[in-house]
Design a protein around this ligand. Sequence first.
Ligand code: ME8
Length: 523
Amino acid sequence: MDKFYITTAIDYVNGAPHIGHAYEKILTDIIARHFSQRTDGMFFLTGTDEHGIKIQKTAAAKGITPKELCDENAQKFKDAWKALDINYNKFIRTTDDYHEKAVQKIFKKLVEKGDIYKHSYEGLYCTGCECFLNPKDLTEDGLCPDHMKKPEVVKEENYFFKLTKYKDAIIKHIKENPDFIVPSFRANEVLNQLEDIQDISVSRAKSNVQWGIDVLDDPEQSIYVWIDALSNYITALGYDTEENSDEFKKYWPADVQVIGKDILKFHSIYWPAFLLALDLPLPKHILAHGWITIDETKMSKSLGNVISPTSVLETFELKEPDAFRYYMATSAPCGRDGNYSDEDFKEKVNAHLANSMGNLLNRTLSMLVKYFDGVVQPKNFALVDGANELLKKALGTVKIVENHFNHFEVAEAAQEIIGIVDMTNKFVTDNAPWTLAKEGKMDECAQVLAAVLEVMCIVSALIYPYCPNIAKSMAKQLSFDFSVKLDDLTADNIKEGKLISKEDITPVFLRVDSELADKSSKK
Ligand code: ME8
């Protein structure tokens, strides 16, 4: 692998970010950080989706211009991602000048290809989805099933894209590439949707939608927001239909595009069709994650249960986002729905990060100082039952974790990492180094501690994508070279000799204060 291009959905800026948006960015950041430990050419793109009727209406209701609304909210997304240590390479805004120009050229190219035609149309438009709905998909009361709102009847002359022309090619691609849509159980859903697709409207009359990119040769029409939005994945790299940048040539097609299950249709049907029409290769994988609920309830403004990602950090007075990142990333198996609750957050991160992982390192280093003045003795793991097996298991875990990441199974990989931590805790309990020391069996005692510290180096590397600050603090106390690639990890990561002094041992993660969580749940 000499490059890895990963993207997130770009968020609508009609409001501030919530933890559903955060979940996706955290998952993506974790996948990006993991693959950075396996390849050098990482490119991670995120951004904001700023045009369309939804933004236009929200701005009008607030009495500000759409651009003012976009500027205000795009900044909130950037601030939130900074607070969560989302380490993206580029943040695209669809109001960026270069993007708008490239989208106009893309539209023009599709017209020239004969894939776009003008047509009078009457349909049901859902502002929440920013798309026309098929009447058969509405609820019994005629509402959009996702937004529970009555769609608007729109009668306009629009440009249409020949989606049906690409139907067979997309069906073939999905069938021939069973890992194109991840998790694979969603592929059937998409194949069913493909059965009755029709050509789609790809512009709106400027008289109805002013906040959009003009069609180049027909300024009475705005380009449909989903063409605008989906194109971000290539315009951000410098694609503009004519002179494509070196970055585009290097990074496209994307290795994985991370999105929520609600927008899978746009990414696995519309987007491949646009790419085929532009004669561009399709992304290798589309990862459709599940939905995050709060206390098992759908987040909604009307219920007043929308949680901002930074408010969780504030509630628990967390200076670093690691615990929140870990919790969100492990809230659901790949592609399934997850849930956030204060109580569960507190319990899980205290159990996994403070009790199992943090304490293990802390007490092992403390014993190294107490019994050996912080000096790692020459290694001879054969002296201790199970030490070599433990290290073998830890190195085997690296391969298992990599394999999970090959399938974007972020929560499943974390479970393996905590599994090896639990196994190491058991190894310590079984071998009781404090008893060995009391009995004067210092050689054995030294080997138990050294084996645990070796495993902790491996754990710090594996946990890094989830908890970058905790991992760095672990690695620092272990004097472990953090830049090592995962495949170069060995059972001999720590040099013999002085490792640490008492004053340099610090807990890598402090338990989340239970009083704080109690306070917040009473709010
Ligand atoms: O759909 N749980 O923007 P968006 C998990 N602009 N994920 C959630 C979520 C929740 N409760 N709520 C939203 C859009 N998301 C378009 C995308 S991409 C070219 C254009 C996810 O702000 C959602 O599934 O409504 C999507 O992937 C992302 O947040 C942005 O949602």
